[in-house]
Write a protein that binds this ligand. Structure first.
Ligand code: SIN
Ligand code: NI
Length: 267
């Protein structure tokens, strides 16, 4: 499907900001009806026990305290699939990355649960993924808030321009190394993070290399977010084990163009 830029959502200014800083906030990507529908679908899919989506950890686990995470919700719920493959969102990914086509890599439901909640440590996403690094700068995640978010329930924080540092080691999210130790001698001019408070239905977009963090959830309700991860058409597999690619028996450097990585937008 070919999609034109939604002018109201994504101005040229936003595109420039994203390219310069490695992240951007876009308000109201979903309307009230869509928010309510997607919340229902998300709650339903989190209860799915026998499907193809992957629950990373169970209640009480160390990872669960950081994130109650379910990977590839779209594989178990046609409603989730509709949003994960939504042309409006894929079009944003296409315009921001500037590539000729974007494929779905995967989605995550990311809930920060109330109770014994831990922050999401500062990290880059790309080092976790089994993708060759040629396309690292052009991979991106759209993080859609399904609840209003601020410092009290786990809104996102970004370090502007950190995507220019390149790929670092993966950070262990339950026993984190300090990513800033790796960048002591680097050229990030200003290490002041940006806190992104948003209303439900708004989103942030960050590149696979941008440093980001989220606060612990100190409220008594879950913080719900849907994250959709896109990669440029032509992205190849680097042969590292990964929960999404393992079942596919891919060859090293094979292009990720299987049915579970659909081309969602192109120009
Ligand atoms: C979070 O939702 O807490 C973290 C999201 C991310 O790491 O992309
Ligand atoms: Ni991340």
């Amino acid at each position: 499907m070919k999609h034109l830029l939604s002018k109201n959502l994504l101005t040229e200014e936003k595109v420039m900001f994203y390219r310069e800083n490695g992240f951007v906030q876009i308000d109201n990507v979903l309307n009230l009806e869509e928010i309510s529908e997607l919340r229902t679908y998300l709650d339903e899919v989190m209860d799915e026990n026998n499907g193809l989506s992957i629950q990373t950890d169970t209640k009480g686990g160390a990872y669960y305290k950081v994130l109650n995470q379910r990977v590839n919700t779209w594989r178990d719920h046609a409603g989730m699939a509709r949003y994960v493959s939504h042309p409006r969102l894929a079009s944003i990914a296409l315009q921001l990355s500037g590539v000729s086509g974007v494929r779905l890599f995967h989605d995550h439901a990311l809930l920060k649960m109330p109770g014994d909640s831990k922050p999401t440590p500062w990290h880059q996403d790309f080092p976790y993924w089994p993708l060759n690094k040629e396309t690292s700068k052009k991979t991106l995640s759209i993080w859609i808030a399904l609840d209003d978010v601020d410092e009290n329930n786990g809104c996102m924080m970004f370090l502007p321009k950190s995507h220019e540092v390149g790929q670092l080691k993966p950070i262990n999210l339950v026993d984190p190394e300090d990513i800033f130790e790796y960048t002591k001698s680097s050229s990030i001019p200003d290490k002041t993070p940006v806190i992104v408070r948003m209303k439900a239905g708004s989103c942030t977009v960050h590149s696979g290399l941008t440093f980001h963090h989220a606060h612990a959830n100190k409220t008594n309700k879950p913080r719900r977010a849907l994250v959709i991860i896109y990669m440029p058409d032509g992205t190849t597999y680097n042969n590292k084990p990964h929960v999404i690619t393992d079942p596919l028996n891919l060859a090293k450097d094979e292009k990720l163009q299987h049915g579970i990585f659909p081309l969602l937008a192109f120009r």
